[in-house]
Design a protein around this ligand. Sequence first.
Ligand code: TA6
Length: 315
Amino acid sequence: MIYTITLNPAIDRLIKVKGTLTKKRTNRAHQVEYDLGGKGLHVSNVLTKFNMENKALGYIGETNRPLMESILAKKNICHHLLVEDGASTRECIVVMDDTNAGSLMITENGFHVSKENHSKLIDFLHQFLTEKDIVVIAGSMPPNYTIAQLLEIINTIKNKKCFIACDLSGEALAAVVDMGINFIKPNQYEVEVLFQNNQTTLIQKIKELAIKIDYVVVSLGKDGSYVAHKDNLYQVTSPTVKERNDTGAGDVFVGSFIAQFVQGKDLKTIMKYATGCSASKVTKHNSTDFDIKEAESYFNRISIKKLGSDEDVVS
Ligand code: TA6
């Protein structure tokens, strides 16, 4: 079973304005819709689209629970989310305009999670995880959540010997890297923060991370990614596509990577699906849609170069 954990869930409110989004002007919304938010939940959506059995864990606010439940139901997401009484799942506002120059995201902080619900999550992990399971933890932490609580979750999963993938940033990323997990996907900025801007190159930093972490993916947006595994480092380019909304592209990358990895695919195939699906996501207007067939049609426009071995071009 693949479990995803979203500690700080969200509902994305997508607002499309006509023309160019401009400060100091009334930007009129001409289309508003809700979509799933929260990085772990996005990963669950991707896994579900790949027909991979998975369960989304984490928390959900009681006040606007019907809206969140209806979004989850539409996407057939199997979940066990612990309800926080009197709390409301945060909204993340995503604004797009006609310029196709990327989306603007404003996220609320999220609700406080009670100690009782944290303990219930730990109990669930104790009770149900087995060593064959994969656990993906993604997204920001609730405002009152501590690093100690996050580490308790990681420790519980580690004790069960599961494969652990994390898409976290800042202090949370630093803490899980210290513990040693199996997969991380920071962007270039998050890597620099992790190393407190020390003067080594990005490649050197990735190599250092790869000593402790089995799979290190550093996303570079339109420029693709670096992927480090064992002693190998690859540079993966992304196909050029017509961008409509880049929100959620990283989550589609993670979900597609895990979907292929679980099926035992080779690293080249894993990277092609992750990169292709993420590029397909960027062409869609909402936070979650992508097309697997479209992703496959991009494969011959994705290059994977193994670095450090005389420009050894893998594909
Ligand atoms: O990656 C996109 C996304 O999942 C959005 O849908 C939005 O909900 C946001 O990220 C939440 O990010 P955060 O880092 O605050 O958990």
